[in-house]
Design a protein around this ligand. Structure first.
Ligand code: 13P
Length: 255
């Protein structure tokens, strides 16, 4: 059975003290519930807080993820953070190919593919983001656009590696806008992504890959989205910064 995941992408928010308080609050809430074995909570703080957050976790209540990684192994790349460094700070996951990186930092599928490879080489699980722009959807091109991203970012991996990958479908028009994909739109795209994986790696392998939805996912719509057969959880932005909202989304996946 594939893993259900609720991951919080804090993006470039919170001071150290605010981040510390948020984890503290989440810990006390998580201590009061029992997560089913197939449900994982992942916190993705800014890289400078990774160690602080992973010190809290000890893997007992939540896992820790970074928000980006260098495509390079190491060396003279000022300001970059390598997969080896993330592994040494006890990160378990790392987001790659977020639309904010694709848009503001010009990341191509080729770069995203290289980043996913670096992570896998160091035992981290990549959360690989794909998603169409509003103009793509208006032109009826959303399935084709996401297909290109899936092929370009993931299809260099072998079938063992792909099972270590989490895919996140984040329609760009839904990110931070308050406008969520409907459950039907999410299910259509998630099914499409799974069918692409099945065509390349076989159905049994595709059935093991968790596919998360991201984009204005919040307590009021999480349960409906998570009820879709191919939606295996969420990658949460704004609502992951408030302990109560994030816990409500975690409770929605537990059902
Ligand atoms: P919001 O939940 O704030 O729309 O952000 C989604 C996202 O980009 C998560 O990676």
């Amino acid at each position: 059975m594939r893993t259900k995941i609720v991951a919080g992408n804090w993006k470039m928010n919170l001071t150290f003290e605010e981040a510390d308080n948020l984890v503290d609050e989440l810990m006390s809430e998580l201590e009061q519930i029992t997560l089913p074995r197939d449900v994982k909570v992942v916190l993705c703080p800014p890289a400078v807080y990774l160690e602080m957050v992973s010190d809290y976790a000890g893997d007992s209540y939540f896992m820790v993820g970074a928000q980006d990684v260098s495509e390079h192994e190491g060396g003279a790349y000022t300001g970059e953070v390598s997969a080896a460094m993330l592994a040494s700070c006890e990160a378990d996951y790392c987001i790659v190919g977020h639309s904010e990186r694709r848009t503001y930092h010009g990341e191509s599928d080729q770069v995203v593919a290289a980043k996913a490879s670096r992570l896998l080489e160091h035992g981290l699980m990549p959360i690989v983001c794909v998603g169409e722009q509003l103009s793509d959807r208006d032109a009826g091109q959303q399935l084709a656009v996401v297909q290109r991203q899936v092929e370009g970012s993931l299809f260099h991996l072998d079938s063992n590696q792909i099972q270590q990958v989490v895919v996140a479908y984040e329609p760009v028009w839904a990110i931070g806008t308050g406008r969520t994909a409907t459950a039907a739109q999410a299910q259509e795209m998630h099914q499409h992504i799974r069918s692409l994986l099945a065509a390349k790696y076989g159905q049994a392998v595709a059935d093991e890959v968790s596919i998360l939805y991201g984009g204005s996912c919040k307590p009021s719509n999480a349960a409906e989205l998570f009820a879709c057969p191919d939606v295996d959880g969420g990658l949460i932005g704004g609502a992951s910064l408030k302990a109560k909202d994030f816990m409500a989304i975690i409770n929605a996946i537990i059902g």
